[in-house]
Design a protein around this ligand. Structure first.
Ligand code: SF4
Length: 478
């Protein structure tokens, strides 16, 4: 009888600062209440990261090859199981977590395990990752991973698997939750209907990694998956597509079919939804409670500078109001500090939030991620504040920190105005008012606002601290 091969797929927890303000990781907090509160918050952030199971690993673990048994180790909840014999360990590498992934890979390899590295960082920077891997998987991995598993079985693993084209998502590829420990998560109902984005926002790496063509799964497959997932988990569904309304005909067909299932769902959309009236109604009828929309900027100059051109500024407020009127709450994500922004921008953001009654405003600072056009441009202009080769510096963090110099605003004035803006938006009174006014998912909106009230307060401290450590004109040259 042929020996069963064992493969473990690993998801790494965030490091301090990645999902929260650095201050909540401070060693010493003099106030005992805040010390306890921060410690609870750390635990919630570390464990839940808003409770999304790692979809990419769910997808890979659903690929079946006879003679191969795959498991998931979510290191937010459990240590790496060194005591078992794994024939191959696959680690998903995010750019901000690369160093940690490499450390684990080195430790595993010195203990005799073979390590495969994949994920966004490998796709964008394979040379960075090569020294730490026995096997590199570069690109979207559905087809490649099957090849890896078959080669593992045949004893002919290669060092490098690279996709020459994007996987055809319209093929039947059912996702299974069998490798998840369901009760660890807020929900296990994570669904992706497609990948790719036709837009070109220069701060985003979605179109860099997944291409400009929207590739969709078959409506039939997604609808079956939702029905199947719902049978063993009645909790909320998350549609993780970057823009669930990018193909309105597809979305209309899919969500019309989901209406009889009576699910409740969250997702991400563009504000264009506010003008897609029929689709908006279908979303509401199919159980959509809240959406994240990337507003990014209400400054026309910034939208042009960063190629954010899906919606005209004059249409944004109306679109937000229409979506809220349909009973869907909105998390609106802004970026302050873009190249067309000035010290007048915060007042415009406040007016916009006041006018539209946006339910959860996310006020972000631009994060130039390696591999994006904005990163290259800021490096060429000498505006980055950290070494461009330092892979740990340019990560996604909720805890706001400055990674670059804004174009039109001196750093100290920018931090002052950003802090004032978040202080006004996230006063306790305003946060509670937004929670009660939310058209859908009221409890979640209230909790988010209160959570942010605390977290933005800590971020303001972080920024002040960081400001003290940056010399006035310091920048790292390309
Ligand atoms: S920010 Fe959104 S719309 Fe812009 S490129 Fe990225 S995924 Fe597409």
């Amino acid at each position: 009888m042929q020996q069963q091969r064992k493969v473990l797929l690993v998801f790494l927890p965030s490091e301090s600062g990645v999902d929260g303000a650095r201050s909540i990781y401070a060693e010493h907090e003099p106030n005992p209440f805040f010390s306890w509160f921060n410690s609870s918050l750390r635990s919630i952030i570390k464990q839940s990261q808003f409770a999304i199971p790692p979809l990419s690993l769910m997808i890979l673990s659903s690929i079946e090859v006879e003679g191969i048994e795959q498991s998931i180790c979510d290191m937010r909840f459990e240590p790496f199981p060194f005591s078992r014999n794994w024939d191959l360990v696959g680690i998903s590498v995010q750019t901000g977590m690369a160093r940690k992934a490499f450390e684990l890979a080195e430790r595993l390899r010195s203990s005799g395990f073979r390590v495969a590295l994949g994920g966004p960082h490998v796709t964008l920077f394979p040379d960075d990752c090569r020294p730490y891997a026995d096997v590199l998987v570069q690109g979207e991995a559905e087809d490649l991973w099957k090849e890896v598993l078959e080669d593992l079985k045949a004893g002919s693993l290669r060092q490098h698997y690279r996709s020459v084209s994007f996987p055809d998502l319209s093929l039947h590829r059912p996702v299974s939750k069998k490798s998840l420990v369901a009760n660890r998560y807020f929900t296990t109902n994570i669904i992706q209907t497609g990948r790719g984005c036709p837009h070109n926002c220069d701060f985003c790496n979605v179109h860099v990694m997944n291409g400009h063509t929207l590739r969709k799964r078959a409506v039939e497959d997604v609808a079956d998956e939702v029905a199947r997932f719902r049978k063993d988990d009645r909790r909320i569904f998350f549609f993780v597509d970057d823009s669930i309304n990018a193909d309105p005909e597809y979305a209309h067909e899919l969500f019309s079919r989901l209406i009889p299932l009576g699910i409740r769902w969250f997702g991400q959309a563009t504000t264009t939804l506010g003008q897609q009236h029929e689709l908006l109604e279908t979303f509401a009828r199919s159980g959509c409670c809240a959406l994240l929309v990337g507003i990014e900027s209400i400054e026309p100059k910034s939208r042009i500078a960063h190629r954010k051109n899906q919606n005209r500024v004059s249409e944004l407020a109306g679109a937000v109001k229409n979506i809220r009127s349909a009973g869907i709450s909105l998390y609106g994500s802004f970026i302050y500090g873009l190249d067309g922004d000035t010290l007048d921008t915060p007042a415009a953001i406040l007016d916009f939030i006041g006018e539209t009654k946006l339910d959860v405003p996310g006020i972000n600072i631009l994060r130039p991620i390696p591999g994006t056009r904005v990163f290259d441009r800021l490096r060429e202009e000498g505006r980055l504040l950290f070494d461009p080769l330092d892979i740990t510096a340019y990560r996604y963090t909720f805890g706001q920190e400055m990674l670059y110099r804004p174009k039109n605003i001196p750093l100290d004035e920018f931090i002052g105005s950003y802090s004032e803006l978040t202080g006004k938006i996230f006063s306790v009174k305003n946060s509670i008012a937004r929670g009660f006014a939310a058209p859908g998912a009221k409890a979640a909106v209230l909790l988010f606002n209160l959570f942010y009230t605390h977290l933005y307060g800590l971020s303001r401290k972080d920024l002040q601290q960081q400001l003290g450590s940056i010399p006035p004109e310091k920048s790292i040259l390309p």
